[in-house]
Design a protein around this ligand. Structure first.
Ligand code: ATP
Length: 296
């Protein structure tokens, strides 16, 4: 995928940091309370706003004035070529990378610069790229690790059991393998396990970094279907980083395209998917493909 010298004049395209006035779907970012810290874990949908974020590594500026708005219970696809800054964006939201400037707002409450533990307690779960299961532990032990970041202190045994039951209900393949070592799982099952592990913490916002990477098309479809259900049925706000732009835009409400650390486009997913110039310059999938996807 080549990177042109400058952004195309794409529909919905905006300059770096220009999303602040955009018509993000479900712009429910107002509100001033840190409602995410309440008990009852993960049942109330949360909006996430990233405002003029600057972050990087040493001299590398990986994010340059990035603004995105993820409405409550929506799916926002974050797209772009290698090195665009997608992973850094998720790391900055989850507290793994400390922003140099800008803000991260959860339901309007400023969470900028908080630790990963604080962000997890506030309801943000991050599933990094690369299927990070602990191979030497069983499926169930991996899931129990997810509870360690539970909001609130000392979850009761009954709550833990309920969370496990919920996970097994959602991911039947994991239920069958609960006593097996994670090393024995297929790629798709491992991906399910890392997502399930994030979900037992009952997040309100789920950051997914390339969940379809390396999966067979059929399994990829299952993962994408599950992402849709998590948003639609469970009210989880999802930020989905994907190299598979076509697949991500097919399920997303909204999309953001990064290039060299800057937002070059932000619009509803359908608009991005049908934008020929944008696809050609940044997304690299074939003309007509997106329309066919959405027509089915
Ligand atoms: P990919 O799709 O290849 O994963 P990406 O869009 O997720 O790429 P990032 O991984 O966020 O992009 O990288 C953004 C920039 O930051 C790149 O220039 C990358 O080389 C640099 N970078 C990422 N991680 C580090 C690091 N740990 N130390 C130094 N530079 C880094």
């Amino acid at each position: 995928m080549s990177s042109p010298a400058g952004p195309p004049e794409a529909a919905g395209a905006q300059g770096a940091g220009g999303a602040g006035g955009g018509s993000a779907s479900g712009d429910g970012a107002s509100g001033d309370g840190a409602s995410g810290d309440g008990a009852g874990g993960g049942r109330d949908a949360a909006s996430l706003v990233v405002e003029d974020l600057v972050a990087g590594y040493g001299e590398v500026v990986a994010l340059d004035q990035v603004t995105i708005t993820a409405g409550a219970a929506t799916i926002t696809a974050v797209l772009g070529a290698n090195g665009a800054g997608k992973t850094t964006l998720l790391r900055a939201i989850s507290g793994m990378v400390r922003p140099r400037s800008g803000r991260v707002l959860l339901d309007g409450a400023d969470r900028t610069g908080r630790s990963p533990e604080d962000m997890a307690r506030a309801g943000i779960a991050h599933v990094p790229e690369g299927q990070g299961v602990i191979a030497e532990l069983t499926v169930e032990e991996n899931l129990r690790i997810g509870m360690m970041s539970w909001r609130g202190l000392a979850p009761r045994r009954a709550d833990r059991a309920a969370a496990l039951a919920e996970a097994y209900d959602r991911f039947g393949a994991l239920a069958d393998r609960r006593r097996k070592l994670a090393s024995t799982l297929s790629g798709g099952e491992r991906q399910m396990l890392v997502i399930a592990r994030a979900l037992v913490a009952r997040p309100r916002v789920l950051l997914l970094d390339e969940p379809s990477l390396g999966l067979a098309p059929r399994i990829m479809t299952q993962v994408m279907d599950m992402v849709v259900r998590l948003s639609r049925e469970n009210g989880i706000t999802i930020v989905l980083v994907e190299q598979n732009a076509r697949g991500a835009l097919a399920i997303a409400d909204r999309g953001v395209v990064l290039n060299l650390g800057r937002v070059v486009a932000a619009a509803d997913a359908k608009t991005l998917a049908t934008d020929v110039a944008l696809r050609h310059h940044y997304l690299g999938f074939l003309a007509g493909a997106a329309q066919e996807d959405r027509a089915t």
